[in-house]
Design a protein around this ligand. Structure first.
Ligand code: FEO
Length: 166
């Protein structure tokens, strides 16, 4: 099996992007721990774990194809502090929209190279991105309604603190 094809290079880049996503959400978990929003911190810890699972899904897929995984440097998260919970969640949604573009680009490569197994693998990620964007959007909409009401914000913090691992 050819090891240096365009598809493999793009999937290896995506493994790095998923690991960066985990790093980003871990930085947000730290920010929320330090600003005493323990529920939001919990939500971000789970989100970071989900991103690790995404990276591992691609990792296993690459080996399943008898290709080679290439792990590269993970960028630092900059900035690693946010103006408010809403600011952090809005940045998360913007980030997920970029991830969606990346996944769609992978699918474009898989289609143009007639790589059917990769198309099948990517279908899961395409569905996952729809869910990720929708769940972040729902949180942001609630935060917009809450505005500057700290009591309601703490109630949302408690609600998100109940998120369980999928
Ligand atoms: Fe791995 Fe949040 O997408």
């Amino acid at each position: 099996m050819k090891n240096n094809n365009k598809m493999l290079a793009a999937i290896n880049e995506q493994i790095n992007a998923e690991l960066y996503s985990a790093y980003l959400y871990l930085a947000m978990a730290a920010y929320f721990e330090e600003t005493n929003f323990k529920g939001f911190a919990h939500w971000m810890h789970i989100q970071a774990k989900e991103e690790m699972k995404h990276a591992m899904r691609f990792f296993k897929y690459v080996h399943g194809r008898l290709w080679q995984v290439n792990l590269t440097d993970i960028d630092a998260v900059k900035p690693n502090s946010w103006q408010s919970p809403q600011d952090a969640f809005e940045m998360s949604l913007a980030h997920e929209k970029e991830v969606t573009k990346r996944i769609n680009n992978l699918m474009d490569i898989a289609i143009s190279t007639k790589d059917y197994p990769t198309q099948s693998c990517l279908k899961w990620f395409i569905d996952e991105q729809v869910e990720e964007e929708a769940s972040l959007d729902a949180i942001i909409q609630k935060m917009k309604l809450i505005g500057k009401n700290q009591s309601l914000l703490l109630m949302l913090d408690a609600e998100l603190g109940k998120r369980s691992s999928e």
